[in-house]
Design a protein around this ligand. Structure first.
Ligand code: URA
Length: 253
């Protein structure tokens, strides 16, 4: 597993503005503003100094009188990844990456489960649960992913059958895929839906190139039991309890 699977220890005590950001009250900057406005108290005493530290295990922090806690337990969320973002939590060249789109201050240790290419859009799962992340990626669980591919040309049924039987790529044979031709476009391109249960590098693009219909655009709608639905591009949402339970169920064995 990559080192993005590592979940950092919570450093205690921590700076109050960091605590507030991690608790989801506001960004770190916004939390500083709350502090200097005198809206934050620790153990009943208003704290305005930005260097102040708290120990979340013992100190009681309040904002406008309301008690604030760090998120506990594992976190699971989905992002509708836009095109142009790298699936990485940091990039030495400061290119746009998915870490810019998810609440890493609030949920430290969040990492993407698998990856989508820079130009691929759609459902990308994140969690702080390293064990679950590993199990979802393990080939023995055969987690199905469904993609909508806009391809060059219009593939024949015979060509789609090659994908359905399991086409051979340069790194070995693929498992049979479920493939449907959805639409022929006027400009001699087509939309296909393709469901695979593996997660090899650039797999869908390589499969489509192998039948001579290269992918022009690729979007993932479904990951295991999760569906993107109408989540807007660039937005994230926490998974429901039912969705988390469904993920646990498929990775149980
Ligand atoms: N297959 C690809 O070719 N690219 C992706 O981003 C995901 C699956």
């Amino acid at each position: 597993m990559s080192d993005t699977m590592h979940i950092p220890e919570q450093p205690f005590p921590m700076r109050l503005q960091k605590f507030l950001a991690r608790a989801g009250v506001a960004s770190r900057r916004g939390s500083e503003d709350l502090m200097t406005a005198g809206r934050v108290s620790v153990n009943g005493v208003v704290v305005r100094e930005l260097g102040s530290k708290v120990d979340p295990k013992v100190d009681v922090v309040r904002v406008d009188g309301r008690e604030v806690h760090l998120a506990d337990g594992a976190v699971y969320l989905m992002l509708n990844k836009p095109a142009g973002y790298l699936t990485t939590m940091s990039d030495p060249y400061e290119r746009p990456c998915v870490a810019n789109l998810v609440p890493i201050e609030r949920y430290p240790g969040l990492f993407p489960v698998g990856r989508l290419d820079q130009d691929t859009t759609g459902l990308l799962l994140f969690t702080t649960d390293g064990d679950m992340g590993q199990r979802l990626l393990h080939p023995k669980h055969h987690v199905a992913k469904t993609y909508r591919a806009h391809v060059d040309g219009v593939p024949s049924e015979a060509q789609l059958d090659e994908l359905r039987r399991g086409i051979v790529l340069d790194d070995g044979p693929c498992q049979p895929a479920d493939v449907v031709l959805d639409r022929k476009r006027k400009d001699n391109t087509a939309d296909i839906t393709i469901r695979i249960r593996e997660g090899r590098k650039r797999q869908v693009k390589r499969m489509c190139s192998a039948i001579h219909h290269p992918v022009l655009e690729l979007h993932r709608d479904i990951f295991g039991p999760l569906e993107l639905g109408n989540l807007a591009a660039g937005k994230w949402r926490l998974l429901s309890q039912e969705e988390v339970a469904a993920l646990k169920l498929i990775t149980k064995r």
